[in-house]
Design a protein around this ligand. Structure first.
Ligand SMILES: C[S@@+](CC[C@H](N)C(=O)[O-])C[C@H]1O[C@@H](n2cnc3c(N)ncnc32)[C@H](O)[C@@H]1O
Length: 279
């Protein structure tokens, strides 16, 4: 039986400390909580302008591509104002089977205003939830903000049921230099401008910090390696429009066999086996 371990081998910071904003890891955690607390009320407006109104639809399509289906029990980590959780609720068909989670009280307050789903205050690295309780786990645009990605992935693996799916959405640097330069210009010059418009002149440190974390983030290969090291199988990165990365993986089922492995080893599915025995 190939039941993969859910405990991470070692810690993994998604990026080196960004000293322009904070000095060490302890300050990093409170810095991240504060910028999201302060940016919460304007987040949806800036996000809408930044993605030209396409963000919600894109999130829903990404969840469908990852295999989210009606009736699945979902944990949305880093719920923010609820942009991913809203799409998840629509797809599963019942908001009562979607749970949101976020360390920022400001973000949670917005999520509770926008949606009638349960939401708890916690971090990805320490989920106050029972093991093997969700069919699907999503995390939208928060990979860069966790303190320890290896611990977070270990927690994701623990709370997923056997066969459950993890779907991590993130912005990643484009492959080509020209595209990187264009996106950098958009994120450094245009997005802060849009954020000042949306925040009625107040400006927002959040949107300056946003691109700096994208530039500093570990490469996709390292993220996928960490997912594999955690015990996820069928780990993939799909990239849309050159910058929107969708990392997906599956926790092995009770038999240690995923669909792909069954097919590649020409194994019979457990229920087909049972049927054969009955005949
Ligand atoms: C850019 S927002 C994304 C919100 C939402 N998922 C979306 O798609 O719009 C990032 C969110 O990650 C949350 N966050 C930061 N550190 C976190 C951690 N360690 N664990 C879970 N969430 C975290 C922030 O509070 C914030 O709400």
């Amino acid at each position: 039986m190939i039941h993969a371990p859910a405990t991470p081998a070692s810690s993994l910071a998604p990026h080196a400390p960004l000293r322009r904003y904070y000095a060490d890891e302890r300050q990093h955690r409170s810095f991240v909580r504060e910028i999201f607390d302060h940016g919460a009320a304007d987040y949806d407006r800036v996000e809408w302008l930044m993605a030209l109104g396409t963000g919600s639809r894109y999130r829903g399509e990404a969840l469908l591509r990852a295999g989210l289906k009606p009736g699945m029990k979902v944990l949305d980590v880093a719920i923010g104002t609820g942009l991913v959780a809203r799409q998840a609720s629509e797809i599963v068909g019942d908001p009562r089977i979607v749970l949101g989670l976020d360390p920022s009280a400001g973000m949670l307050a917005e999520a509770r205003k926008n949606l009638s789903i349960q939401a708890v205050r916690a971090t990805a690295e320490n989920l106050p939830l029972a093991s093997e309780s969700f069919d699907f786990l999503s995390m939208g645009y928060a990979l860069r903000h966790v303190s320890d990605l290896a611990t977070a992935l270990g927690e994701f693996h623990r709370v997923l049921k056997p066969g459950g799916v993890v779907c991590i959405l993130e912005i990643t640097r484009p492959q080509s230099r020209i595209a990187t330069t264009l996106v950098r210009w958009y994120m450094r010059a245009i997005v802060p401008l849009l954020s000042r418009l949306a925040c009625r002149g107040r400006g927002s440190l959040l949107w300056e910090y946003y691109w700096d974390t994208i530039e500093a983030c570990i490469p996709p290969q390292r993220v996928m390696q960490a997912m594999t090291d955690t015990g996820f199988v069928e780990v993939k990165q799909a990239v849309q429009f050159g910058i929107f990365s969708e990392y997906t993986g599956r926790k092995t089922d009770h038999h240690g066999d995923t669909e792909a492995r069954r097919r590649s080893c020409n194994l019979k599915e457990p229920h087909a086996e049972a049927q054969r025995r009955r005949e």
